[in-house]
Design a protein around this ligand. Structure first.
Ligand code: SF4
Length: 460
C-alpha cells in the first residue's frame, strides 16, 4: 500500500496541504504562450523554475517545450533581475528570433519585487525589440492561485497587448479557449468549420504541442494563433469564453477595451455543455448547426443509451481544474452516474456556486471543495470513508486507484504515465464518445477481471 498512512479520520487542517490538486502558476502562463505562433515563453526567475515548468509540459505533451529563463543568480536575487532580463531580450531576439517573447514571473522575482512592466518598457525604449517583434508579459506569483491562474493571466495579457479596434467590424467570433488539450482546440475549430462559422481561437496549441513528425525540427511549429489574428479580435462581432476560470478576465478586458460583447460558457464537455456551445456559436456567427454535427450528437446519444446500464448509479470521485470539473460533473449526471466527491486545488468562489447548482438537488450528499485545503489527501480520506466505482483525474490519482482497487480514467493536467490525451479530444460530441469509451472500458475491465467465472460475458 503506497498510501497506507492515509486514514479515514478527517481532522481540520488550517495550514497544511497534502498532495495538492494543482500546480504552479507559470506552467499555465507558459502553456498559454505556446498557443501563439512564433512565441517563445520566457521565465523571469531562476533556472530551476523554468526547468520544472518545461519538464512538466514536456512530460504531459511528449513534445519538446522551448522556453527561456532570466537565470537568476544570488546577485540578481538580491539586487533584482533587470540586467538579466534586458540581456535575455537581446540574446533571445539575436539567437532564437521569435516573433514574440512572452515573459512571466516566478515566486522569486515576485518576492523581490521586480517590476516587469517597467523592465519590458525599458527594453522597448532602449530599442531591444526589433521592428515587427513583440515583448509581452504577465505576473504569475505561484503562491497565489494555481496553473489555471497563470494561464488566465497570460491569456488576459494577449488581449491587453494585441487586441485592437479599427473602424471596420469583422464577420468573425472570438473563442477564448480554457486549458484543454491541443486535440480539443483542434476539435473546437473543426466544429466551427463544419458549421461555416469564422472564428479566431486563442490560445491555440494544436499543431504546436501535437505537431506531426516530419523528420525536420521546427523551433516554432506551424500552429498557434497569429499576431494579425490576435489584433483582429478587437474587431470581432462577439466573444465566447470557454471556462470562466481561464477566460473570463480576458473576455471582460476585450469588452472594455474594444467593445466586443462576450458570453461565458463551460468548456464543451458532455452533451449539455456542447449543446450550449454549438447553439451559441450558431447564433453569434449567424450560421446553422451543420448536419454532420447533429449526426455526431446522435451517435453520442446512441452510445449513452446502449451503455447506460453499466453507468447507472456508479459513484465517481473526480479532481483537477474547475473549468473541466464543472462540465464533467454535469456530463456524469447526464449519464445517471453519481459524482460524489469533487476536488480542485484552484481557489475561486465560482466553483462552489456551480457545484451547488449542479448537485444540491440531484445529489445532496455529494462532497466538493476547492482551494488550498482541497487536496488529493482529503479526496482519498473521503474515498476511505465510503468508496467509489471510478476515479477521474490526472496521473497523481493512480496511487489512490491502486491502493483502493478502483478503476481509474486519466483526464486533465498532468498526465505523465499514459499517451493519447493530446491526440484525441474530450470536448464536443465526438470527444464525449471518446471519453465515454474510456469510462466504460475502465469499469468493464474491472468487472471482467473480478466477477465469478460463471458470470464472465463475451458480449457486453
Ligand atoms: S519557486 Fe514558485 S514559480 Fe518556481 S517552481 Fe516553485 S512554485 Fe513554481
Amino acid at each position: 500500500m503506497l498510501l497506507r498512512h492515509t486514514t479515514d479520520v478527517i481532522l481540520d487542517r488550517e495550514a497544511l496541504t497534502i498532495n495538492p490538486a494543482k500546480t504552479c502558476q507559470p506552467i499555465g502562463a507558459m502553456y498559454a504562450a505556446l498557443g501563439v505562433h512564433g512565441c517563445l515563453p520566457h521565465s523571469h526567475g531562476s533556472q530551476g523554475c523554468c526547468s520544472y515548468h518545461r519538464t512538466a509540459l514536456t512530460r504531459h505533451y511528449k513534445e519538446p517545450v522551448m522556453a527561456a529563463t532570466s537565470s537568476f543568480t544570488e546577485g540578481s536575487s538580491v539586487f533584482g533581475g533587470q540586467a538579466n532580463l534586458l540581456q535575455a531580450v537581446d540574446t533571445i531576439f539575436a539567437v532564437y528570433n521569435p516573433d514574440i517573447i512572452a515573459i512571466h514571473t516566478t515566486c522569486l522575482s515576485e518576492t523581490i519585487g521586480d517590476d516587469v512592466n517597467q523592465i519590458a518598457q525599458k527594453a522597448r525604449d532602449d530599442g531591444k525589440v526589433p521592428a515587427g517583434k513583440y515583448l509581452i508579459h504577465c505576473n504569475t506569483p505561484s503562491y497565489v492561485g494555481s496553473h489555471i491562474t497563470g494561464y488566465a493571466n497570460m491569456v488576459t495579457s494577449l488581449v491587453k497587448h494585441f487586441s485592437a479596434k479599427s473602424v471596420t467590424k469583422k464577420n468573425q467570433v472570438n473563442i477564448i479557449s480554457g486549458w484543454v488539450e491541443p486535440s480539443d482546440m483542434r476539435e473546437i475549430k473543426r466544429i466551427a468549420s463544419e458549421m461555416g462559422a469564422k472564428i479566431v481561437l486563442f490560445p491555440d496549441t494544436s499543431d504546436v504541442l501535437d505537431a506531426p513528425m516530419t523528420g525536420k525540427h521546427e523551433f516554432y511549429p506551424k500552429g498557434g494563433v497569429t499576431i494579425p489574428e490576435l489584433i483582429s479580435t478587437g474587431d470581432s462581432k462577439s466573444t465566447i469564453g470557454l471556462g470562466p476560470f481561464c477566460t473570463e478576465d480576458a473576455a471582460i478586458l476585450l469588452d472594455n477595451k474594444c467593445k466586443v460583447k462576450f458570453e461565458m460558457l463551460e468548456i464543451p464537455i458532455g452533451v449539455k455543455a456542447t449543446d450550449r456551445f454549438v447553439t451559441t456559436l450558431s447564433r453569434m456567427a449567424g450560421v446553422h448547426v451543420a448536419e454532420s454535427i447533429t449526426a455526431d450528437r446522435g451517435r453520442l446519444l446512441d452510445m449513452i443509451t446502449d451503455m447506460h446500464k453499466y453507468l447507472y448509479g456508479k459513484r465517481v470521485a473526480l479532481y483537477g481544474d474547475p473549468d473541466i470539473l464543472v462540465p464533467l460533473t454535469e456530463f456524469l449526471l447526464t449519464l445517471d452516474m453519481k459524482p460524489v466527491y469533487v476536488v480542485s486545488g484552484t481557489p475561486g468562489k465560482k466553483f462552489e456556486a456551480s457545484m451547488h447548482k449542479l448537485l444540491d438537488e440531484k445529489l445532496p450528499d455529494a462532497k466538493f471543495k476547492n482551494g488550498e485545503r482541497a487536496d488529493m489527501y482529503l479526496m482519498h480520506q473521503w474515498i476511505k470513508q465510503e468508496s467509489v466505482d471510478l476515479i477521474i483525474g490526472n496521473s497523481y490519482g493512480k496511487y489512490i486507484a491502486r491502493d483502493e482497487n478502483i478503476p481509474f480514467v486519466r483526464l486533465g493536467f498532468p498526465i505523465l504515465d499514459r499517451v493519447g490525451h493530446s491526440y484525441f479530444p474530450t470536448v464536443g460530441y465526438t470527444g464525449g464518445m471518446h471519453f465515454l469509451t474510456k469510462i466504460l472500458n475502465a469499469i468493464l475491465d474491472k468487472q471482467d477481471r473480478e466477477c465469478p467465472e460463471e458470470k464472465v460475458e463475451l458480449v457486453m
